[in-house]
Design a protein around this ligand. Structure first.
Ligand SMILES: Cc1cc2nc3c(=O)[nH]c(=O)nc-3n(C[C@H](O)[C@H](O)[C@H](O)COP(=O)(O)OP(=O)(O)OC[C@H]3O[C@@H](n4cnc5c(N)ncnc54)[C@H](O)[C@@H]3O)c2cc1C
Length: 606
């Protein structure tokens, strides 16, 4: 073997083992049994990473993050490699129980997979990096549900802006600038490839509005998406929060370690957590101030239930002592996705080499309504643009969304010699509700997740209308000029319906749908936690992740999770300043003020 062969083998090993990226992330903390911290954050994901970063920034508090996964690998750090993360060891690889026969027939292993990041950064290390905040009305309705103005749009916008560092000059020099932050940790760029232009024109001709900024006040229309990519790097919380501040001595990260239980004293104060460490120890870590659960919508619910917080009957059936009888695990919601492939113009151009530092394909984003009186969108669509002979549509269909290879195979055959539009259409506000329960009391067992996607017939009806509304674009000048054609998939159960009819699309959706990994709602505000994210019926315990969200936002969920992480850090700083600083001086929800008080606390109050 030549030296060059050895070097390339070693390099391949380091890439595969993730060693090339590990220098960017925090070192493993040394944590002994009964070690104490001010705050323990369970889960270093999108929300947990942001919360731990903000809590540790002023040096006043000792923070420990306990994360079940390890460092993100190279394929997470480089945006262009996003296809290789779902269904890998960086995914919890959860699946849903109780899926329909249609779903079994169309999905790999007859299972509906529910991809969720098990890695430092959580979902932010494995997701598709779309930066979306949803619609202002979403947050106003949260505030109404919870009867707490803290969550209305006006009061969450500063937290979205605080985390953001917008780098798109088109937006920075536009009227929409006022909705964006420029000093935050999350670098945001915007799609700018020229292939998108003729598609935007077509959507305009189909009657959709073209909007400049989907994260501003009005987000119904078609536009160019914003990405959580900056400097050619994925902006995961592992990188921008925990990695960027890995030298802070008060920010400790314990990786590859599973929190198995919350420990309470006899007065129901959460005083610490039990951890199963990477080196097979079982240790107890204590929290002087509070425990914050940021383990995501599935695992936070599981952990609460394992610790005696959840539906009484269910916990008692497993012999778990009930501390607080709450509807933990109910109200599970997820955006429902379907896909369409459209053959566009014939082309024999060879694929250009791909830059791994950018989104691997140009995207046009749309937010649509069928009911024109709506102020928030009813459906979302990503239009991925692929050159001819690309394996991208097949990869997305089979690997990312988990449909059977036999079904996705049509996409390769049908798109040979043609450029391809691969569209994922999303039902943004389903009425269907699933739930998370415990399978057993073993912390290593995955929870029982019953996703219940499209279980309400009205969701299926509405979704069919959205798909048909989207397909109006086939009738526009550009699409007609290239003889655009939707690829028909081999779905035996739909053969009796005329291809393209409403009955056909309804049948198609029964087979060709999946979850978008935007799971929320299992520990909703108002039902399980209060507006300050404190778990009801116990003390010194908060939840800060998407499980607190009462209803799905009209867009992807990473930015809302980061906003929740920012917000909980402020709530905690405020409450834990009150101990030493007069109440009058604590600026309610004003993030800048509470940061100032944190510094006052550190330097002037002993
Ligand atoms: C494949 C995929 C694509 C997506 N695409 C996008 C996108 O393009 N744009 C977007 O906005 N959103 C996207 N999302 C969704 C977004 O990433 C998630 O909604 C977001 O990460 C959720 O944040 P969270 O803080 O609630 O949970 P997570 O980010 O999932 O964090 C939870 C963390 O807790 C850890 N954990 C769980 N249990 C324990 C335990 N017992 N002990 C210790 N640690 C534990 C987990 O390992 C994980 O790291 C996508 C998600 C996936 C999976």
């Amino acid at each position: 073997m030549s030296i060059a062969d050895i070097v390339s083998k070693q390099l391949a090993f380091r890439v595969v083992a993730g060693l090339l990226a590990a220098f960017m992330f925090p070192k493993q903390a040394t944590v002994e049994d009964l070690h104490q911290y001010d705050f323990i954050v369970v889960g270093g994901g999108a929300a947990g990473g942001a919360a731990a970063d903000r809590l540790s920034e002023c040096g006043r508090y000792d923070v420990l993050v306990v994360e079940a996964g390890g460092d993100p690998p190279t394929e997470s750090v480089l945006p262009g490699l996003l296809a290789y993360l779902p269904h890998s060891k960086y995914d919890w690889n959860f699946t849903s129980v109780n899926v329909s026969e249609y779903v079994k027939e169309s999905h790999n292993n007859d299972e509906l997979s529910l991809t969720t990041g098990r890695v430092l950064g959580g979902g932010s290390s494995v997701n598709y990096m779309i930066y979306a905040r949803g619609c202002p009305g979403d947050y106003d309705s949260w505030a109404e549900d919870v009867q707490d103005d803290k969550w209305n749009y006006e009061n969450v916008l500063p937290y979205f802006m605080k985390s953001e560092r917008l780098e798109s000059s088109e937006l920075l020099y536009s009227p929409d600038r006022v909705y964006h932050g420029t000093d935050g940790f999350l670098g945001i760029t915007r799609e700018n490839r020229k292939e998108t232009t003729r598609y935007l024109e077509a959507f305009k001709e189909a009657g959709h509005k073209i909007i400049n900024d989907p994260n501003g006040r009005n987000n119904i229309g078609f536009t160019l998406p914003q990405y959580m990519i900056s400097g050619g790097m994925r902006q995961s919380s592992a990188y921008v929060n925990l990695g960027a501040h890995k030298d802070r001595t008060n920010l400790n990260v314990l990786k590859n370690s599973l929190v198995s239980k919350i420990i309470f004293d006899s007065d129901n104060n959460a005083i610490g957590v039990k951890v199963l460490t990477a080196d097979n120890r079982v240790i107890t870590v204590l929290a002087r101030r509070e425990v914050i659960l940021s383990a995501g919508a599935f695992n936070t619910a599981k952990l609460l239930m394992l610790s005696g917080v959840g539906p009484k009957q269910h916990l008692q059936s497993l012999g778990i002592k009930v501390r607080s009888d709450l509807p933990v695990g109910k109200n599970l919601q997820n955006h429902v996705i379907s896909l369409l492939t459209v053959k566009m113009e014939p082309s024999s151009a060879k694929n250009a080499p791909q830059n791994p530092h950018e989104m691997p394909f140009p995207i046009v984003l749309g937010y649509g309504v069928v009911d024109q009186s709506r102020v928030c969108p009813e459906y979302q669509v990503f239009n991925y643009l692929f050159p001819n002979d690309s394996e991208g549509p097949f990869d997305l269909c089979a690997f990312n969304f988990g449909f059977k290879e036999t079904i996705c195979h049509n996409l390769i055959e049908a798109t040979k010699g043609r450029n391809t539009l691969f569209a994922t259409v999303t039902l943004l506000h389903p009425d269907s509700r699933g739930q998370v329960t415990l399978r057993s009391t073993d912390p290593y067992d995955p929870p029982l997740i019953d996703a219940q996607l499209l279980s309400e017939e009205r969701d299926l009806d509405a979704f069919t209308s959205y798909l048909q509304d989207y397909l109006r674009v086939l009738n526009t000048t550009y699409f007609r000029s290239v003889n655009a054609e939707v690829v028909e998939l081999d779905l035996p159960g739909c053969k009796s319906h005329e291809f393209g009819s409403r009955a056909y699309w309804k049948c198609y959706l029964r087979y060709m749908h999946g979850g978008m990994s935007h799971d929320v709602g299992t520990c909703s505000m108002g039902a399980v936690v209060d507006g300050a994210l404190r778990v009801l019926g116990v003390r010194r315990l908060r939840v800060a992740d998407l499980s607190v969200v009462p209803s799905l936002p009209s867009g992807n969920t990473n930015a809302p999770a980061v906003m929740i992480g920012e917000k909980v850090a402020d709530l905690l700083k405020r409450d834990h300043v009150v101990e030493t600083v007069p109440k009058w001086s604590c600026g309610a929800d004003d993030s800048y003020l509470s940061t100032i008080y944190c510094y006052i606390n550190k330097y002037f109050i002993k």
